[in-house]
Ligand binder design. Structure first.
Ligand SMILES: [Zn+2]
Length: 120
C-alpha cells in the first residue's frame, strides 16, 4: 500500500493510504465512525458533568441559605442530598483554606466529616 508519510489517521494513527480521498483524516471508515462515536460520548460525558455540577451548586445553595457565615455543617447533609464529591471545577484558596470550586459556590470537606460552604 502506498502512503504519504505525513498523513496519519486521526483515530488510530496509522498511515492513510493514497487511494483514500486526499482530505480524509481517517485510514478507513471504521476509524471515521469510531471517532464519531467517541466524540459523541465525550460530549455526553461533558453534559453529564455540567448537570452534576449544577446539581451540586443547587444543593449548596439550599444549605447555604440556612447557615451562618463560617458555620460548618455535617457532610451527611450533602450526602443525603446526593452531592457528587468528584465533581468540581478547580481548587482555590479562600481565607487561607483550600476550597473546591463549583460554579457559584465552593466547599471544603474537613477530615472530621464537616463541610464549610463558600459563596464565590
Ligand atoms: Zn485509523
Amino acid at each position: 500500500m502506498k502512503t504519504i508519510e505525513n498523513r496519519s489517521c486521526d483515530y488510530c494513527g496509522d498511515a492513510i493510504s493514497l487511494d483514500r480521498n486526499m482530505n480524509s483524516r481517517y485510514c478507513c471508515n471504521e476509524c471515521y465512525y469510531e471517532n464519531k462515536k467517541s466524540r459523541a460520548s465525550e460530549k455526553n460525558r461533558q453534559k453529564n458533568q455540567e448537570r452534576e455540577l449544577f446539581s451540586n451548586d443547587r444543593i449548596i445553595d439550599t444549605l447555604y441559605k440556612n447557615i451562618d457565615k463560617n458555620q460548618v455543617i455535617s457532610a451527611k447533609e450533602l450526602i443525603d442530598r446526593n452531592f457528587n464529591w468528584s465533581i468540581f471545577t478547580g481548587l482555590i484558596e479562600v481565607e487561607g483554606i483550600k476550597v473546591k470550586k463549583l460554579q457559584y459556590y465552593g466547599y471544603t470537606l474537613f477530615t472530621n466529616q464537616t463541610v464549610n460552604l463558600w459563596k464565590l
